[in-house]
Design a protein around this ligand. Structure first.
Ligand code: GBH
Length: 487
């Protein structure tokens, strides 16, 4: 496959789309101006600065609320097809409820959408990227099923306001992170520690909320707005540590319980949670003397309601781990990680990064795409995030190496393996507020000076790399590509 190296110019199908991603809390700042309400990240970072590595917050972040025009110039400079960003729920609906819509919030997102369209960049909106309005958390947040109603009310406002121009919608970014980090004890807002109970309740609400919003769009907006709606689910690749069937099973169990938890109900032929997951949590719950499984069931009607509710599978993928079997202890404390009970580690030969969880392991990406193809009958996949962190250097050769490798493997998955992937997005445009890591971990193609009140943006080396990469990928169409591969 001599033509399959992207290093001398990429050979992606002509209609393949490249883009970049961000999220509201991580870039906007302006946390309490122009009518914006308080969200769970505002609350947590203000009350507990020590829960963020550098004791910072998103009060100003990249100041994109004021500098969005500059940001669109930077995005335009990359030559991308689309820009994926998220709406701040409490900027549009300051209390979270849809009885009052904040006109400055509407003006802000209209400005962005119109400017993108003027530059021929498709606006792609994530409706929820982790910044829940505080008043809804006060009602219990995602573990409370009523939050699904509030979310649907909010999504309806978004479709009404922006759906005439926005043709790709993503309901949720990374449901597992919302539930496990927010309610299971992972330290993200609202930082509730109830692993093995509240994370599953949260998951149930998210799946119902997602399906509700899909049906809402499908019934009332799809016809006149002609767009697509899906969900973004994240996972690493779990490589069995050895050929031992127990390790192979441990790797499969990890994928099923972390990724399948979300994808099986929406994308599989059977619907519902993966059987492996249901059985396992039911058995462990029984051994722990619970009256019923801690994983709340869906009835048949709910299973049908959720099944098939996505026009594409949004995938965030960053890295790979080795998975191996671990015996269950006699007494099992209640938690998701005990329900899963798989040992993970990394190969010391893999190239590390400034994030303990990210290694440069491109082949894992191709394996994951093939697993998805086999498991869910080759659904259309939109890679909504992939990226690599640095600690402040402008000559970011490690990021270029990472992106080059992952794009190469993506190309093989498309051309050799026939995986149905149609779009790819780099996380992220700018260095930004990396949640609990604050500003210590930098994912941007553009560097941001966070000590400068103006938050000056400057390109890293990877800007030119991505720009050239996209440009060269436009050279061939997919028919030519196929013949290159078969030759
Ligand atoms: C994405 O989440 C987010 O969508 C985005 O907002 C974020 O900025 C970006 O990635 C970069 O982090 O092994 O215990 O250290 C990534 C979700 C977070 C999942 C870290 C794996 C590992 C925790 N990932 N997590 S640990």
């Amino acid at each position: 496959f001599a033509f399959l190296s992207t290093s001398s110019g990429s050979h992606f199908p002509k209609n393949f789309k490249f883009g970049v991603s961000t999220a509201s809390y991580q870039i906007e700042g302006a946390w309490n101006v122009s009518g914006k309400g308080e969200n769970i990240w505002d609350r947590m970072t203000h009350e507990h600065p020590n829960w963020i590595e550098d004791r910072t917050n998103g009060d100003v972040a990249c100041d994109s609320y004021h500098q969005w025009k500059t940001d669109i110039e930077l995005i335009n400079n990359l030559g991308v097809d689309f820009y994926r960003f998220s709406l701040s729920w409490s900027r549009l609906l300051p209390t979270g409820f849809s009885n009052y819509v904040n006109p400055d919030g509407v003006r802000y997102y209209n400005g962005i959408i119109n400017e993108l369209l003027k530059n021929n960049i498709e606006p792609i909106i994530t409706i929820y990227h982790w910044d829940l309005p505080q008043p809804i958390q006060n009602e219990g947040g995602w573990p409370n099923i009523v939050t699904a109603e509030y979310f649907a009310d909010y999504a309806k406002v978004a479709f009404e306001l922006f759906g005439d121009r926005v043709k790709t919608w993503i309901t949720f970014n990374e449901p597992i992170e919302i539930c496990q980090n927010g309610y299971g004890g992972g330290g993200k807002a609202p930082r509730i520690f109830s692993s093995g109970v509240s994370d599953y309740l949260c998951g149930r609400t998210l799946l119902m909320a997602h399906a509700k919003v899909f049906h809402l769009y499908d019934r009332h907006y799809r016809h006149k707005q002609q767009g697509k709606i899906g969900v973004t689910i994240n996972t690493g690749w779990f490589e069995p540590k050895s050929n031992d069937p127990k390790d192979v099973a441990a790797a499969e169990l990890s994928l099923q319980m972390m990724f399948g938890w979300w994808t099986n109900p929406i994308f599989s032929k059977t619907g519902d949670y993966p059987l492996l997951m249901k059985d396992r949590i039911a058995n462990i719950s029984r051994a722990q003397h619970f009256k019923r499984s801690r994983l709340p069931n869906f009835n048949n009607e709910e299973i049908k309601f959720i099944q098939g509710t996505s026009d594409f599978l949004g995938l965030n993928h960053y890295s790979t781990v080795l998975a191996s079997y671990a015996p269950l202890p006699n007494v099992i404390p209640v938690s998701f990680s005990n329900d899963l009970n798989v040992k993970t580690e990394v190969d010391p030969k893999w190239i590390p990064s400034a994030a303990t969880w990210i290694h440069d392991v491109p082949w894992g990406f191709r394996k994951l795409l093939n697993w998805i193809k086999g498991e869910y009958n080759n659904p259309p996949v939109f890679v909504t995030e992939n990226g690599y962190p640095d600690v402040g250097q402008f000559n970011d050769m490690e990021r270029i190496h990472y992106l080059q490798g992952y794009l190469d493997e993506l190309l093989k998955a498309i051309l050799v393996d026939d995986c149905n992937v149609y779009a790819y997005s780099v996380w992220s445009v700018l260095d930004n507020m990396e949640w609990n890591r604050g500003y210590t971990l930098k994912f941007g193609l553009y560097h941001v000076n966070f000590t400068d009140p103006k938050r000056k943006r400057s390109p890293k080396s990877s800007v030119q790399f991505y720009k050239d990469f996209i440009k060269s990928s436009r050279k061939f169409d997919s028919i030519e590509m196929k013949s290159m591969v078969s030759n």
